[in-house]
Write a protein that binds this ligand. Sequence first.
Ligand SMILES: Cc1cc2nc3c(=O)[nH]c(=O)nc-3n(C[C@H](O)[C@H](O)[C@H](O)COP(=O)(O)OP(=O)(O)OC[C@H]3O[C@@H](n4cnc5c(N)ncnc54)[C@H](O)[C@@H]3O)c2cc1C
Length: 381
Amino acid sequence: MSESLHVGIAGAGLLGRLAAWQLARQGHAVEVFDPAPDAGPRFRDGFASAAQADAQAQAAGFTAAGMLSPIAELDNAEPALAARGWRSIALWRDIAAALPGQPFFSAQGSLMLAHRADLGSAQRVLDRLRAACASPAWTAASPPEGARALAPAELRALEPAVSGPAHAWLLPGEAQIDAVQALLALHAAASGSDRARWHWGRRVEIAEEGGALRLADGEARHFDWVLDARGLGARPGLPVRGVRGELVWLHAPGHGVRRPLRLLHPRHRVYIVPRPGDVVLVGASEIESEDRSPVSLRTAVELMAAAHSVVPVLAEARILHLDVNLRPALPDNGALVRRDGRCLRINGLFRHGWLLAPALLEEGLALMAHAAAPPQEERTA
Ligand SMILES: Cc1cc2nc3c(=O)[nH]c(=O)nc-3n(C[C@H](O)[C@H](O)[C@H](O)COP(=O)(O)OP(=O)(O)OC[C@H]3O[C@@H](n4cnc5c(N)ncnc54)[C@H](O)[C@@H]3O)c2cc1C
């Protein structure tokens, strides 16, 4: 897009902020609307009813563990998702380096772990990953290396803090990003360009094909283009549903965990993700419910017991937050990138938003650039 455009963005979550920063960087003027009171994260502690929790909802992007796991996600997704994931990892590396304060990004691979008694169910996961890596759908992109079994000495060298699991596999090239640092840095960088205006406390009711945003207070704002990045807030225009996810924040000085770890367990999947500042995230449940009320005892016990069984030193960790949010998912659990006239809609990022966002935005901006063509719909898995 060579000319300078005025773009209205509905939603200042993961996609909205990434788009605001990229468009402002390209010389476009952006205005971003979001019902949140400000740009910061808000971690709620103490009891809140479901209604109170809804009213205080924050972007799912803040809750996410920030794992960029194209291989592990092949367990329940198509190779096309993984291909976008690899593209996004390459883009995040450059984005993180370009942002102020350089949010934490690391691509040292991740580990899958299994206790001796759980090898059977772990093998089933590995078989699915192997089959996905061998899929003919990889013809356009080179297939990933897949999971590589580690000998005990290799595991000790890579992750000395891990003790307990008898089996380990390395997923090379997988990455992670600090979601909170990245969201704050995207906001700061876009604001610093003087080409981004943020309208906090303003809810968008409709993102229109004609390039207008209709706000909850009745005002209509007209732009050259609009981007609908409201996640769950895009209802009823899009059939998005929320999938509950619960996650524990721990403070564990000297924990020693170097890369994301996933425990393969027959009943639940648990991951342990190290963050700067001695923080470790343990997640996450996946429950077909739009309940944002606090984390259940069952989830907290399962997550923390599993984490402790893999990294015993976490027994002395202190609990910082128990966080809950809803992942925006479409009926087929696939991502949507669609142009309706002068409105670009990106949604359905589900459990892979950080893994997919840069690649999806790249595709969306390409649709905008080719807008001379008649209106078209692109539905992608
Ligand atoms: C527990 C958990 C763990 C996760 N872990 C990972 C992970 O490790 N890796 C990964 O890739 N993904 C992960 N995700 C998924 C990821 O967080 C989401 O896919 C991603 O945040 C979706 O991005 P989004 O921009 O579409 O929505 P959001 O980040 O939710 O942003 C939507 C924004 O729109 C705003 N909004 C809502 N309604 C309106 C309205 N009417 N008008 C204007 N604005 C509105 C909201 O306030 C919000 O700011 C996780 C999610 C959860 C819940």
